[in-house]
Design a protein around this ligand. Structure first.
Ligand code: UD1
Ligand code: MG
Length: 450
């Protein structure tokens, strides 16, 4: 636990025009949650950390996402995009409250890890006024270069302002920065915009701090931690890095996966013990898998709680609001939405179960559909304990099937079925002895088309 207080300033202004999207850049998702949510999550819940998010003028969506993850965060508006230092100063009121540490984090750098941020703060605790993340990308073009004097960081030069000599420097600025709270305003207020782009560069804080006689430190970071996202291609690369981290964590926690590289996880996917996930499974947000469950290949799950020892798939789709009780089975080509499948119940083949309860031990036959939507509203289906629903039944909601009731195959059930009753809702079968032979005769004479 860090006893020092901290203000984390998250820069989330800017449309992100290179994403070619009408959505603000930081709201694009990786591993099932927005980049902004990932960044906020890196320190949400840490003691003594206040959060300030800097958003552009059209910021309602950014504010909503911020408050969803960090309800106590403050939102500041940067009316005009005039540079990273200008953006930080939009939170002047919060900086002036005098936290010990100030962390500046970019909303488009979603892979930053808590330990990397902790490293920056440790440099402040060690006496630096400014701490930056240094890394060595394969291609330094576009990044600010770290200009060293001996072992000391002297300045950061932005790519558009480097000299021919400085362009050769491979050691780059990761962008994220820590500033000592008692010196931050004095440093930030001195940053000007006398550069090629006429922007107020946060990176100038280094040379100014040195000028003022303060220490600047560099903490080495991995490229993945400081990967900034400006394009959809970079978004896809970040997704792949994060998927690898999530798969590794799941394997380390004991999940069995034969082909982890084919399994896609969300940042919040939770697994119990002895879970098996077969190849080609996709976990959307909000999935919890309890002990001993098996998720067979080609299944897609989102917003679902899979109970202990449940079997799902292959080819199952679990949508939000699904709860599968202990030992239940959801088989191939079964879709479940807003439904509770109680312990031991089964729907093994080709079904849609939506807005429903399937009671303990009930059996839902192949091809059964809950007709939950009448074109205007959604209605519920309630299937009692131990009921048997014959194959190819249409349950027209709202409808209730009592405990232990039996519904004959091919029924269209529009009225409630009492407990232990047998319900048949289908055309009566007609037998015509010798009819097939007579038909064939007519066909042969050409009088009757087949
Ligand atoms: C920045 C750094 C550069 C570093 C690089 C690492 C500066 C001046 N440069 O450059 O040294 O190598 O990151 O990726 O800091 N933003 C605002 N308001 C503004 C400008 C930016 O909120 O007025 C936000 C952006 O939405 C983004 C972040 O600040 O999340 C960084 O801005 P960006 O323009 O991407 O800076 P880089 O050119 O990448
Ligand atoms: Mg950037």
């Amino acid at each position: 636990m860090n006893a020092r207080t901290c203000l984390a300033i998250v820069l989330a202004a800017g449309e992100g025009t290179r994403m070619c999207s009408s959505r603000p850049k930081v709201l694009h998702a990786i591993a099932g949650r927005s980049m902004l949510a990932h960044v906020l999550d890196a320190f949400a819940g840490a003691d003594g950390v206040d959060i300030a998010v800097i958003a552009g003028p059209k910021h309602a969506e950014i504010a909503a996402e911020t408050l969803r993850i960090a309800p106590r965060a403050e939102i500041f508006e940067q009316a005009e995009r005039r540079g990273t230092a200008h953006a930080v100063l939009s939170a002047k009121a919060a900086i002036a409250r005098g936290p010990d540490d100030i962390l500046v984090i970019f909303g488009d750098t979603p892979l930053v890890r808590p330990q990397t941020l902790a490293g920056l703060r440790a440099a402040l605790a060690g006496g630096a006024a400014v701490a930056v993340l240094g890394f060595r990308p394969a291609d330094p073009a576009g990044y600010g270069r770290l200009v060293m004097q001996g072992n000391e960081l002297a300045a950061i030069r932005e790519d558009s302002d480097v000299s021919a000599q400085e362009r050769k420097i491979m050691h780059c600025n990761g962008g994220l920065m820590a500033l000592a709270g008692d010196k931050a305003l004095a440093i930030l207020n001195r940053i000007g915009n006398d550069n090629r782009k006429h922007e107020f560069y946060l990176s100038d804080a280094v040379a100014i701090a040195r000028d003022m006689g303060f220490k600047a430190a560099v903490i080495e970071a991995e490229e993945d931690d400081v990967r900034g996202i400006n394009t959809k291609a970079q978004l896809a690369e970040a997704e792949s890095v994060l998927q690898q981290r999530l798969r590794r964590a799941a394997l380390e926690a004991g999940v069995t996966m034969q082909a982890p590289e084919t399994v896609f996880l969300s940042a919040d996917t939770k697994f119990g013990k002895d879970v098996v996930v077969e190849p080609h499974v996709v976990f959307g947000p909000g999935v919890v898998i309890d002990d001993g469950a098996v998720i067979h290949s080609f299944s897609h799950l989102a917003g679902a709680h899979v109970g202990p020892r449940v079997s799902v798939g292959p080819f199952a789709r679990l949508r939000p609001g699904t709860k599968l009780g202990e030992g239940s089975r959801i088989g191939n080509f079964v879709e479940v939405k807003e439904a509770v499948i109680e312990a031991g119940a089964k729907a093994n083949h080709l079904s849609y179960i939506g807005d429903a309860r399937v009671g303990e031990g009930a059996n839902v036959g192949a091809g059964t559909i809950t007709c939950n939507y009448d074109g205007a509203g959604k209605h519920r289906t309630d299937i009692g304990k131990g009921a048997f629903i014959g194959s190819n039944t249409a349950l027209v909601a709202p409808v209730k099937i009592g405990d232990g009731a039996y519904v004959g195959s091919g029924s269209v059930i529009t009225e409630d079925v009492p407990a232990d009753a047998l319900a048949l809702g289908r055309g009566k079968q007609v037998i015509k002895e010798g009819g097939a032979a007579r038909l064939r005769g007519l066909q042969a004479t050409g009088k009757k088309k087949p």
